[in-house]
Design a protein around this ligand. Structure first.
Ligand code: HEC
Length: 122
């Protein structure tokens, strides 16, 4: 980013910020009908048998999160959510022990289902 951002002066940065602030957000949507129900169950209730807590407990019922503590994940592209959960599970993303513990207990199918569901959560 810095070679690009470095070429902008303060006014240009403000102009770009103002432009972006006016753009409507086009969030992702869930795509896989077969796993929406499973994804919703995990999101709202966790996976009791494996000790996986409900995602909604921290990320909120609408996926909006709790600013500064728990990030918004609702409307996020499922590919990104899936990649983050896999990275937490593999230990390649290790900035949050809670998420690492949660992802470690999840199967690929569970990760895919909840990632797809999250894309449609508002
Ligand atoms: C106990 C609280 C808690 C629970 C329960 C929880 N999370 Fe998280 N999650 C967090 C925190 C805190 C972070 C922020 C980590 C960081 O600082 O990057 C996070 C980060 C994430 C991220 C990365 C977001 C990003 O923008 O990179 C994803 C994806 C995610 N959680 C998905 C889930 C899913 C899916 C579940 C349910 C299976 C879940 N979380 C349950 C606390 C929680």
């Amino acid at each position: 980013m810095s070679p690009l951002a470095g070429a902008l002066n303060d006014q240009e940065m403000k102009d770009i910020g103002a432009y972006l602030a006016k753009q409507p957000i086009k969030p992702a949507t869930a795509k896989n009908k077969d796993t929406i129900e499973a994804g919703q169950k995990i999101y709202r209730g966790g996976i009791a048998a494996k000790g996986v807590p409900a995602c909604a407990a921290c990320h909120g019922p609408t996926g909006a999160g709790i600013p500064a503590q728990y990030p918004r994940i609702g409307g996020q592209w499922s590919d990104y959510t899936e990649a983050q959960l896999v990275a937490f599970r593999q230990g390649t993303r290790k900035n949050n022990p809670v998420m690492t513990t949660i992802a470690a207990k999840m199967s690929d199918a569970e990760i895919k289902a909840v990632a797809d569901y999250v894309a449609g959560v508002r």
